[in-house]
Design a protein around this ligand. Structure first.
Ligand code: SAT
Ligand code: MN
Length: 586
């Protein structure tokens, strides 16, 4: 498959370590993938679903102790602790290698080593990056073949270059006490042991495209971000692009695949999805910010995905999709999850593999972090620019969290530096995407807290530098919060497709087409400027989520100050200045 000496040497080294029974190079052909699907069905690793209703679709259940990313077992391994900053777990790289190699040693005995050459971004594009993942899991191979571009053409594009990311995944015994997800940015290396869950083992995704790539972006002058990318086409046929950062399981996929509300559709608005999770952004030849989605598939949260929340996702997952940890409906061998519809199957198997009756069971049948893995090409609203190797020009950057209170529906930062502050002080209630307590508010700067591969203080500096380079070509920066609750704990804003109403205001602000009121936190809309035609929400209610509550913001400022203290002297001066401005205005 390749004569690349750096590749061959590393594979030999890893083979000697893990000692597989056999070795298979993944060439990307449908024939080979089909053979692997068959094999996985024979061992029970995959379950073939009803091929008439769900052609090419399979179900997989992970081990019950292995259902989400594990942030406390995720490490950035370097020589110097200072390099990873206060928000990452650090491990000395020498010690980490030793420990991980001890765990990995001989772990492929009786198993096959699959060698997956993959590309993040279009093969051959100068924005793309290549990786090789070794795994002993067919599930990983099949997911990687959906989520990335895999196969011989990747090796051809790599040639004899040494510029590629090494990834070793060992299933071992899925022992959570020996589970480690480790990144060695200095060596372009990722090692993941004792997990089979997507975010921990599809090494092209969070491990490479965010943690390693953010480190590379810092060195090479670009940004790797936890952002969806969408295009909004207006009735004149002009499309503007937005990149938006939200923590995991806060609706990035739903927003990225949004279908405009009726009134907008009638006028001729269209929304195009470029990506739902990761954006790599660079300053283009024209001096503005351009973004690509380095992935080739969607690894979306299943629960809550339905005809209302995301019809395009439902369309996307009708074929060639792998479902993980959802309910299997035994009556017709299809899948179900919480929030799909009002009729849960009664004769079913839950995500743990136990018999489940949706009518009588008190337990949800699908795991809250159950997932679908589906190819981008299936998506009815995929942008025609998705495959453009240059990417799309970004007009607005949007940060957003899940906040029951405090943060208004939308506001605009005063300028780039203030926008970086808004991103750096983002907070959100935790979700089931990572193990740990759900619903706790935590600071999650730029939604990158679990994904930044180096010291976040440096990362903030990097953002400021990118802003300096962009100058007046910089995208405008906004913050949104779809999740405000009323006194009965009901969402005040309808969300989903109606979020386009907020995006319309954002784009109007980018074009200087609408006024806003200045507040201590930035520019807020006048309620009348958010289009509520066809919505059941009155101006007063809307105003209640377009306010800045001074008392709550005082608490917020105190919490931000606390958070900033973590960074000590490394905290960029520009963030201190922004905090002082905010304090002085309250
Ligand atoms: O589990 S993943 O990290 O792949 C998805 C997510 O949590 O955003
Ligand atoms: Mn994500």
């Amino acid at each position: 498959m390749t004569n690349n000496t750096s590749v061959l040497n590393w594979i030999t080294e890893m083979k000697n370590l893990v000692v597989p029974d056999s070795v298979v190079w993944i060439d990307g052909s449908e024939m080979q993938l089909e053979k692997l699907r068959k094999q996985a069905c024979e061992t029970g690793e995959l379950i073939k679903l009803n091929q008439e209703l769900l052609p090419g679709c399979y179900l997989h259940r992970t081990n019950v102790n292995d259902v989400a990313r594990v942030e406390d077992r995720t490490f950035i391994c370097t020589k110097n602790k200072d390099d990873v900053g206060p928000t990452n777990n650090w491990w000395h790289s020498d010690e980490a290698y030793k420990k991980l190699y001890d765990i990995a040693r001989n772990s492929y005995k009786g198993r096959t080593m699959y060698i997956i050459p993959y590309c993040m971004g279009q093969v051959g594009s100068k924005f793309s990056k290549i990786g090789i993942e070794l795994t002993d899991s067919i599930y990983v191979v099949l997911n990687m073949a959906i989520m990335t571009r895999v196969g011989q053409n990747v090796l051809d594009a790599l040639g004899n270059s040494n510029d590629w990311v090494r990834g070793l995944h060992c299933s071992c015994d899925i022992d959570d006490s020996k589970r480690y997800i480790c990144h060695f940015p200095e060596d372009y290396t990722i090692i993941s042991v004792n997990s089979g869950y997507g975010g921990n083992v599809l090494l092209g995704k969070k491990c490479f495209a965010l943690r390693i790539a953010s480190y590379l972006g810092k060195q090479e002058g670009w940004l790797a971000e936890h952002m969806l990318i969408l295009g909004v086409e207006n009735p004149n046929g002009e499309t503007k692009y937005i990149a938006a950062a939200f923590p995991s399981a806060c609706g990035k996929t739903n927003l990225a695949m949004l279908i405009p509300p009726e009134g907008y559709k009638k006028k001729g608005y269209k929304v195009w999805c470029v990506g739902d999770d990761i954006a790599w952004m660079r300053i283009g030849a024209d001096g503005s910010l351009w973004a690509i989605n380095p992935e080739n598939g969607f690894f979306g949260v299943a629960p809550g995905t339905n005809r209302n929340s995301n019809p395009n996702a439902l369309e996307t997952i009708k074929k060639n999709t792998i479902f993980t940890n959802v309910v299997q409906n035994l009556d017709n061998n299809t899948v179900w999850w919480q929030g799909l519809d009002q009729t849960p199957p009664e004769n079913a198997i839950d995500w743990k593999g136990e018999p489940w009756n949706g009518k009588t069971s008190n337990e949800p049948g699908s795991h809250p972090n159950s997932r679908f893995t589906a190819p981008v090409v299936n998506c009815p609203c995929i942008s025609k620019e998705f495959a453009n190797p240059e990417g799309v020009p970004i007009s607005a950057i949007v940060f957003g969290g899940r906040r029951a209170h405090t943060t208004p529906l939308v506001y605009q930062s005063r300028n780039w530096d203030n926008g970086v502050f808004v991103g750096a002080t983002m907070a959100s209630e935790t979700t089931a995407a990572a193990s740990g307590k759900v619903g706790v508010v935590r600071r999650d700067p730029m939604a990158m807290l679990p994904f930044c591969g180096y010291n976040m203080a440096e990362y903030f500096n990097h953002w400021f530098k990118i802003g300096e380079k962009l100058g007046d070509k910089a995208p405008k920066i906004f913050n949104v919060n779809w999740f405000r609750l009323d006194e009965n704990n009901k969402f005040i804003w309808p969300g989903f497709r109606d979020n386009l109403r907020v995006i319309e205001w954002i784009l109007k602000r980018c074009d200087n087409e609408v006024d806003a009121k200045e507040t201590p936190i930035g520019f807020l809309p006048y309620a009348k400027d958010i289009n509520t035609d066809g919505l059941n929400i009155n101006l007063e209610t809307l105003e209640s989520i377009l306010n800045v509550d001074n008392d709550m913001w005082k608490d917020e400022v105190a919490d931000i100050e606390d958070f900033f203290k973590k960074f000590g002297d490394d905290l960029p001066e520009k963030l201190k200045i922004q905090l002082d401005i905010l304090k002085s205005m309250h």
